[in-house]
Unconditional design. Structure first.
Length: 270
């Protein structure tokens, strides 16, 4: 078992196996990198952006950046998975688009070549020094992702459970991130009560509606900052109440100030 930070394009790679997993194993969150999760063993339900899956051995989850997700243990039996966190720049844009098209979860139990790639991560980690493992893992992850692009052409999606109301709310939020967003606006748009929307959203997503909206806006702002947009322009663009609110939320989420990330984007030759 291992967990290693790899480098610029790959945030980290891990392989864990727990005999008695905690109920907090996979907390509710979103992040600025993409995630590939291979579920090997356990008894878990998983939510990705409002879609719910009861995972089966060797289900592969493809989680885009900025997508809210979490796992929930059904029973505390042995749990095992591989996780690869990576930035979208690791592959050409057309391949990333293919990678995160439907299905977002598919089973690779019959794909012996892809499973062998994951096993090689263990072999390399056990055999090589850390620096050599990082070099080999970087190459192997790219091969895994490319293989997934081709496997998706013939794969069948894993069945999912979806609440039509929650999906409508999520779609509306995604389409109106650059506007003022709150429960009153959603209630008027959907012709439903504020309390019904808040209660249903919290029940299904395990996060408050206001908190979810703020997280989505902060992640959209992060993408803009990395593209060179100024922090003050972003605060206005996404209708944060004031700059201090944006500053506080951004620093809490990413560990850096908006100005620091903006400055780095201007100095990044890529």
């Amino acid at each position: 078992m291992f967990c290693e930070n790899i480098g610029r394009d790959i945030y980290d790679i891990s392989h864990i196996a727990l005999q008695k997993p905690s109920e907090h194993l996979y907390y509710k969150h979103m992040h600025s990198y993409c995630e590939l999760l291979l579920f090997v063993e356990g008894d878990m339900d998983f939510c990705i952006g409002g879609d719910f899956y009861h995972l089966q051995p060797y289900d592969l989850l493809l989680i885009p950046q900025g997508t809210y997700h979490y796992g929930k243990l059904r029973t505390a039996v042995r749990y095992e998975n591989y996780v690869i966190d990576f930035y979208s720049r690791i592959l050409p844009p057309d391949k990333i688009k293919t990678l995160f098209s439907a299905p977002i979860v598919f089973n690779i139990g019959g794909d012996t070549q892809l499973l062998r790639f994951f096993k090689l991560l263990d072999t390399y980690h056990e055999k090589y020094d850390t620096s050599d493992f990082i070099y080999c893992a970087d190459c192997l992850v790219r091969e895994i992702l490319m293989h997934c692009c081709y496997a998706l052409r013939v794969s069948s999606p894993v069945s999912r459970e979806r609440s039509p109301l929650i999906q409508t709310i999520l779609d509306y939020i995604d389409e109106h991130l650059e506007e003022k967003l709150d429960v009153d606006i959603l209630a008027e748009h959907l012709n439903l009560s504020r309390s019904h929307i808040q209660n249903m959203f919290s029940l299904n997503m395990q996060i408050g509606l206001k908190q979810y909206i703020m997280q989505k806006k902060v992640f959209a702002a992060h993408q803009d900052l990395q593209s060179g947009v100024s922090p003050t322009s972003i605060q206005s663009k996404y209708h944060f109440n004031d700059y201090s609110t944006f500053y506080r939320l951004y620093r809490k989420t990413f560990g850096h100030t908006p100005s620091e990330v903006h400055k780095l984007s201007l100095n990044d030759p890529t």
